[in-house]
Design a protein around this ligand. Sequence first.
Ligand SMILES: Nc1nc2c(ncn2[C@@H]2O[C@H](COP(=O)(O)OP(=O)(O)OP(=O)(O)O)[C@@H](O)[C@H]2O)c(=O)[nH]1
Ligand SMILES: [Mg+2]
Length: 239
Amino acid sequence: MSENKKTLIILPTYNEQENLEKAIAAIFVVVPGANILVVDDNSPDGTGAIADRVAAEDQRVFALHRAGKSGLGKAYLDGFRYALEKGYDYIFEMDADLSHDPRYLPDFFSAVETSDLVIGSRYIKGVNVINWPMARLLLSFAGNMYARFVTGMNVTDLTGGFKCFRREALAALDFSKISSSGYSFQIEVSYILWKKGFRIREIPIIFVDRQFGETKMSTGIIREALFLIWKLRFRNIHR
Ligand SMILES: Nc1nc2c(ncn2[C@@H]2O[C@H](COP(=O)(O)OP(=O)(O)OP(=O)(O)O)[C@@H](O)[C@H]2O)c(=O)[nH]1
Ligand SMILES: [Mg+2]
């Protein structure tokens, strides 16, 4: 593994008080040398205070507080800015609700040696999602096939949020031009990097539905994604 590389794992949180500490502990079992940045949107359940306490107890952990809930994408952009400022080499996106198993982290580290963005995919070989209701699964699976078809990208899981970026890839993004806030943020960032010629690689992961807390999935998020993929395609035609 790349022990000499500075690694930051960004965990965006909104009402994850039952999950956050467990997620942090599980990550450090696998990668004790990494740093973790929690980006909390002033969660009403007090997740931000938990992040502060863990950060005070463990110097590998940092907390960033945002004024209110304004979407996953905006939280990640703040996390990315932080990562670039502090000079991290490998920057991870990961959910804080235990859906992303840290046991895959070593696979990301080996894949990123020869690529610029590594995406953990639920759909490389069939469907690797545990405990999602059928409707949710179909939406995600069909949504990904659709996004793949419209964008032309050869990526099976464009909406997933378990990713590792090389800093050069993040540094090439113009954050002010990234408009998405929900899942479409994931599609938008990968698409821009793909267009710029960065090397994207997928590795298989098994995704497990959250046990605690509530989903932030909404019809607004789905609508945003449906529009975004056509916007990306259109933007490309006129470039
Ligand atoms: N800071 C911040 N984090 C968010 C926001 N929306 C979601 N998150 C976090 O992003 C991660 C993924 O969100 P989830 O609601 O779990 O989305 P999901 O995994 O697709 O859906 P479920 O697991 O089915 O609930 C979790 O760690 C959330 O707490 C937001 O607006 N701001
Ligand atoms: Mg989740």
